[in-house]
Design a protein around this ligand. Structure first.
Ligand SMILES: *Cc1c(COP(=O)(O)O)cnc(C)c1O
Length: 224
C-alpha cells in the first residue's frame, strides 16, 4: 500500500476532525480491502492500520481467517445464512438493516456464546437502490434490536448517494448524526457513526463520523 496515500488521508482526517471540534484520535480509519490481497493488507498493518473492512463474506474468508489478529469490520449487505461465517471473525457488523437479520444474528450469537456488536444501517437518502432502515422506522427498530440480549448496538452507519461534489453528501451525514442524537438514551449510547468513503470522507468527518471506510484512496497507485 502506498504510504503516501495513508499519510495524506490521515492529514485530511485530522484537519476535518479539528473543524468538528475533535481530534484525529476520535476518528477511526477502516481500510477497505475488498479489492486487494493478503500482502497488501499486511503492508497496511505494518504502517499502523489496525481496522479493516470487507463487504463480501466469501471473498474475504481467507483474509479474515489468516489475519485474525487484525480487527475486521463487516460492511456489506449480509445474508442471514452467512451470519455464522461472519460472527466469529468480525469485531463489528456495520450493516444491520432488517428484522430477519437481527433475529439470525441473535440466534447465531447465542449458539456461539458471544455478543455481536452492530451498527444499524440507515437509508438517510431514501434512494430505492440503497439498503438500510428508513429514518422514520429507526426508533422502533432500535427497540426491537435492543430486546435481543446477544446484540449490542454501537451506533449508526450510512452510505451517501454517489455525487460529484461531496458537499451534496453533507446533509445526509448531518442527518445521520441528528438521528443518533434523537435516538440516544441513557441506557443506549451510540458512540459510533460509520460514514464516509473515498469520495466524501472529509465532509463525513466534519459532520461527526467516528469511522470512515476507505478503499480506493488508500490502495490506488499514487501516480494516477
Ligand atoms: C467498497 C466500500 C467502501 C469503500 O469505498 P471506496 O470508495 O473505495 O473508499 C466503503 N463502504 C462500503 C460499504 C463499501 O462496500
Amino acid at each position: 500500500m502506498p504510504a503516501d496515500n495513508y499519510q495524506m488521508i490521515m492529514r485530511e482526517i485530522a484537519g476535518a476532525a479539528q473543524k468538528s471540534g475533535r481530534s484525529a484520535e476520535d476518528v477511526r480509519l477502516i481500510a477497505v480491502t475488498k479489492t486487494v490481497g493478503m500482502a497488501e493488507v499486511q503492508s497496511a498493518a505494518t504502517l499502523g492500520i489496525g481496522d479493516f473492512g470487507e463487504n463480501r463474506v466469501q471473498d474475504a474468508a481467507e483474509k479474515v481467517r489468516k489475519l485474525s489478529a487484525l480487527r475486521w469490520h463487516f460492511i456489506g449487505h449480509l445474508q442471514s445464512n452467512k451470519v455464522k461465517d461472519v460472527l466469529p471473525y468480525y469485531c463489528l457488523i456495520h450493516s444491520l438493516d432488517r428484522s430477519s437479520l437481527a433475529a439470525a444474528l441473535q440466534n447465531c450469537a447465542e449458539k456461539l456464546d458471544l455478543v455481536a456488536a452492530v451498527l444499524i444501517q440507515v437509508n438517510v437518502s431514501g434512494e430505492q437502490s440503497k439498503f438500510g432502515i428508513e429514518p422514520d422506522r429507526l426508533p422502533g427498530f432500535i427497540e426491537e434490536v435492543n430486546a435481543y440480549d446477544r446484540l449490542k448496538i454501537r451506533g449508526l452507519m450510512t452510505m451517501a448517494p454517489f455525487v460529484d461534489d461531496s458537499e451534496e453528501a453533507r446533509p445526509h451525514f448531518r442527518r445521520l448524526r441528528l438521528l443518533r442524537e434523537a435516538n440516544q438514551k441513557k441506557d443506549l449510547e451510540m458512540p459510533e457513526l460509520s460514514m464516509g468513503m473515498t469520495n466524501d470522507y472529509i465532509v463525513a468527518v466534519e459532520e461527526g463520523a467516528t469511522m470512515v471506510r476507505i478503499g480506493s484512496a488508500l490502495f490506488r497507485s499514487p501516480i494516477l
